[in-house]
Each structure stands twice: as C-alpha cells, then as structure tokens.
Write a protein of this length. Sequence first.
Length: 302
Amino acid sequence: MIFKDILEMKKNLLHPEFERLLNLALQNQSFPTDLLLIVINGFFKPLENPNMPKTIPYVIGPGDIGHSESTHYSFIHAYRDNSIVQLTHSEYLNEVKWRPDRREIIDEYIQIEEFSIQIEMLIYLKFWEADLIIKNLYQFVTILNGNPYEWHFKISESNRDKEGHGTRQEIIRKDIRDKVKDISPILYQTIKDSYKTQIRNSIAHSNYSFQNRNIHPNNFIENDVASQLKYLSFDDWIDMFHNTLLLHNEYIWLKNSINNHYANLAKAGQDLTLRITEPSKHQFELPIKYREEWDDWRWNIK
C-alpha cells in the first residue's frame, strides 16, 4: 500500500539531495566520464579468445545484471502504479482503529494490508539485493569521494569469497551507507532507516509472521546487535518501504539524468572517451560514441 502523502513528504527531502549529489559528483569525479560508466555498466570480462582482433576485456552494456534490473523494474513500476491508497496515512490509521461495530470492515482492511506487505517484501529484496543497484550505488559513492570508477568491482557471494569487494550487506553498510555519511547525512540516514539486515534475512528466509498489525521476524538474537528486533509494526514497515520505494525512484532519476547529461554533450559534437583503471592502477582511455537513434553508447574503436 502506497500512501501518496508519505511519498511526497519524503520526496521533498530526498529529491533535492539527489540533485545536489549529482552536481557534486560531476565536480568530484576524477575523470570527466566516470559517471557515464554507471549508466552504461562498465565491467571487466576475461577474453574467451584473447587472439581475436579488436577485442578488449572491458565491456559496456547491460549484461545479465542489466537485463535482471529491467525485469524487476517492470514489477516494481506496476506495483507503484496500481497500489496508491486514496486515503492519507492518518486517515487510514483511523479506518483500521479497532471498534467492535466495524470488526468485519477492519478485518478486511488488515487482510488487504497483509497481502500488500507480502508483495512489498519482495520489492524490498528486489532493491536491496539487486546486483546492479548495489554496484551502481557503490560506484556513485566512490565517484562522490573523488575515486576512479572500479571496472573490476565484484560482489562476494559468501564470506568465504575473497575475490569480491564484500557481501551485499557489507557493501551496503560499509561501502555505501558509511562512506556517504559525511557527504550526505540525509542519504546516510535514509539508508540506515531503510536497510536492516535482520529484516532482510527474515524476508529472504520466509521467517516471519503477522500478528495484530505487527511483523514478527522470528530471528531475534539476544547477543547480536544486528538482530534485536522482536517485532516491527506495520506503520514502521510503511516508513521503511516508502524509503526504499523513493530510493528506487531517485536511483532511476539519477541514471536518466546522467545519461541525458552526456548525451547532450555528444549531440553538441563533443568527443568522449572512457578511462579504464586496471587493478595495477595502470590507466588508459578508449573513445566512445553515442547513437542518438537508439539512445545508447558503443565503443568507437576502428
């Protein structure tokens, strides 16, 4: 269930901040097209046949994780379009306030609410578990901090995977949330209020129950500071989910704005190159071209 008044209130805080951060990233990036790499998904892919001419192991394009993001976007967008409640949140709370004479109506409201939360939990995972979203937020914060785009970025699939930058939850907490704290306390707090490892684990493992407009995650651990929630009220969930939905909105806006910025430069006749930074720190540049008819980007290597 999406409450327009909550979404608008949060948007009024978060959207101006994303506008500020985009302008700051354009100033802070250590190479003029580092931000463009977020849109076109630059990544390293070992050559299957290194002897083939005109082939390089650095790739631009959606790849598997880009097609995955498009699939999940369609699902999230459909829910966003069809789940706006006609009541304000305070009006809704009055509707579900217990009164014996309205028991059947209230029960119906709560049944709809519980069903909606089940869908929202899936959307929550689609955002906070998505490889490309995590990668792009990581790269955005990296660029905000004045560091080069990381072509060799890799998410670890487990704590035993030593080749990656970290697991999803480690990257979200340590490399995105914590490293943006000094630059944007607003974004830091929004992520902190929205992404809770205990709730993520509870949803992912289907280890929760609904009781009296509360979510019981069933994974409370007394000695674990990250697992201290015994229950989460539906209204607290509403806050977390609206934060997540708005972060998704702003994430899409950010990518579109970056693409438009560089597309306008290309249309104006500016030649653009991408900088590649290897693990050894060796750097080199390759030209790129914009195809206006497709609104996409390709290597411009002859």
